[in-house]
Design a protein around this ligand. Sequence first.
Ligand code: MN
Ligand code: MN
Length: 286
Amino acid sequence: MDFPNYFADAEADFEDSKFVIFGVPYDRTSTFRKGASKGPYEIRKASWNFETFNMITGNDLKEVNFHDFGDLDVIDDEAERMIEKVQHFSKKLISKNKFPIALGGEHSITPAIIQSFPKDIYVVSLDAHIDFRKEYENNKFNHACAMRRVADYVGVDNVSVLGIRSAEKEEFINAKKDKLSYIDSFEIKKNGIHKALEKTKNKIKGKKIYLTLDIDVLDLSYAPGTSTPEPFGLSSFDVYNVIKFFSPQLIGFDVVEVCPSYDYGQTALLAAKFVRFVIESVYFSK
Ligand code: MN
Ligand code: MN
């Protein structure tokens, strides 16, 4: 170990912290590339690279209490068991009025966190993939089904997926039939991220928002270290703007699908920076 094994500056006690970071090192349903279970470790390691002071906003993370709980013990579990554990832990956080921040692991962890909130929330997913399969390889907990499971819980009207550019044909037809709200990455490139954000906000209105960031929403040139990379993605500025725009309404966040063995650390660095920016933006937006 060549760094303190906790997220940089997460030095406040659990009780004193609004924001609680936890790792969910799980990748058992990944199909193309394994390795997302190493995400939490590499994201924490990368987090030590950054200053607490943000020269662009003038805010300083030193003023914010946040806690790193460590990893949940799920690495060898069947998906059902992993989901039980994530739900149990998330419910505890939500009952104590904490803001959960999960470090994946793969996208299959997200429904479990969302199902711990009351149902009247809105979910924004940043993802190259629509993740709307009913099941995949006979497993309805597979990461390719994440947004379908989320929609089962909050209702399909309360989900928006931004940045998509890949879906199986039947999955895409079903998503359209079910009126899943999405804006693909080509539309975002053409009209700009702010158009997409305004359009999404009109749908959300004043609801509380859970934001899930599948790191593969970024173009693979920014984030090559992911399990199913796709070209024609968003830029790091786009994702930054999404976080900033929704920060006053956010109640929880996760970053998933960082698969560190496929790059030189840049994907974990981006993930760590986004976690820091979520904490900063939410805290200072109040
Ligand atoms: Mn996904
Ligand atoms: Mn994806």
